[in-house]
Design a protein around this ligand. Structure first.
Ligand code: PEP
Ligand code: MG
Length: 325
């Protein structure tokens, strides 16, 4: 099967009824960029920029960050590269940054909440991104956006830094797309409002599901509640996709659910535009999409959205798409 997938590396991702999708890579370390290229990723849908900070004693400066982003953009010519601003806190700790002990770290001081409270961290990162933007097709996204005000604030800081750079005579691309992680239920509920503000959404299913079921994504005792195929998840994902498309915006998914082959028929039939995943899953998911027909899958979507349990959804999928197993 691996060999069959080999020929898929240079192919497009298109359903049998002619709908185009993008299967792109998640990047957590610089070496992942090489894997992405070698496995035929059609771009990078998520750079977890935390990796830049992980090994070092101090936060890397603006120049060092700009060099790292420039290198990645240069290695992905013509393809979109989505960089997420620093997402720490929760389960992700950085040694050099002293953060308070919290009773509920996943509900506490993390991601954009830190970025907005500590602009001395967010601003240099945004300046580095803006400076690198002339070397490729950069998109920037903010993690853990819960309210529209947070997005406005982050966007304002980005616009200010762009103006500062232009005033200093530094070149900045004028086609940078600005989006957000859709990973908090409040934002999913308000997706129609957010869709007017952003260029794109990236659904963070890992956190979205954790917060939806109030079940810690790392706790095995509550893992049974972590159900990617649950109708509650599917309804929310559909609502987000529809809201974005109503405003002409595109939607990616960069959580683990994007590489779950059981979810693929539903996600493509609901119109998800981009699937972002570890490179090792790319050819498998592309091969599935290329064998399926979004129009023929509509009855499955309808039944899944009206199902009662995740187990029922899984049965429906296996019935409708036997070759998935
Ligand atoms: C997610 O929440 O789905 C996601 C992609 O972000 P992370 O796993 O880095 O929190
Ligand atoms: Mg997340």
């Amino acid at each position: 099967e691996q060999q069959e997938w080999g020929t898929l590396k240079d192919e497009q991702t298109v359903s049998t009824d002619g709908r185009h999708f993008k299967v792109v890579a998640n990047v957590g370390t610089p070496i992942d960029v090489l894997d992405a290229r070698q496995t035929g990723a059609e771009g990078i849908g998520l750079i977890r920029s935390e990796f830049l900070y992980a090994g070092s004693e101090q936060l890397p400066g603006e120049e060092e960050q700009a060099q790292a982003y420039k290198q990645i953009l240069t290695e992905m010519p013509g393809q979109r590269v989505v960089v997420r601003t620093l997402d720490i806190g929760g389960d992700k700790k950085l040694g050099m940054l002293k953060l308070p002990q919290e009773n509920n770290p996943f509900l506490g001081f993390r991601a954009i909440r830190i970025g907005l409270a500590k602009p001395e961290i967010l601003r240099p990162q945004l300046r580095a991104l803006l400076r690198s933007s002339v070397y490729g097709r950069l998109a920037i996204m903010f993690p853990m956006i819960a309210t529209v005000e947070e997005f406005w604030q982050a966007r304002k800081i980005l616009d200010e830094e762009r103006q500062h750079l232009l005033d200093e005579g530094v070149q900045v691309a004028d086609n940078i797309e600005v989006g957000m992680m859709l990973e908090i239920p409040s934002s999913a509920v308000m997706a129609d409002v957010f869709a007017r503000e952003v260029d794109f959404f990236s659904i963070g299913s890992n956190d979205l599901i954790q917060y939806l079921f109030a079940a810690d994504r790392g706790d095995p005792r509550v893992a049974y509640l972590y159900q990617e195929l649950h109708p509650a998840v599917l309804r929310l994902v559909k609502q987000v996709i529809d809201a974005a498309h109503a405003e002409g915006k595109w939607v990616s998914m960069c959580g683990e659910m994007a590489s779950n082959p059981l979810a693929t028929p539903l996600l493509m039939a609901m119109g998800l535009d981009e699937f972002s995943m570890n490179s090792s899953s790319i050819l498998h998911i592309r091969s599935l999409i290329n064998q399926l027909n979004t129009r023929q899958l509509q009855p499955l979507v309808h039944k899944a959205l009206n199902a009662v349990t995740a187990a029922e959804v899984e049965r429906l999928i296996r019935q409708a798409v036997p070759k998935i197993i």
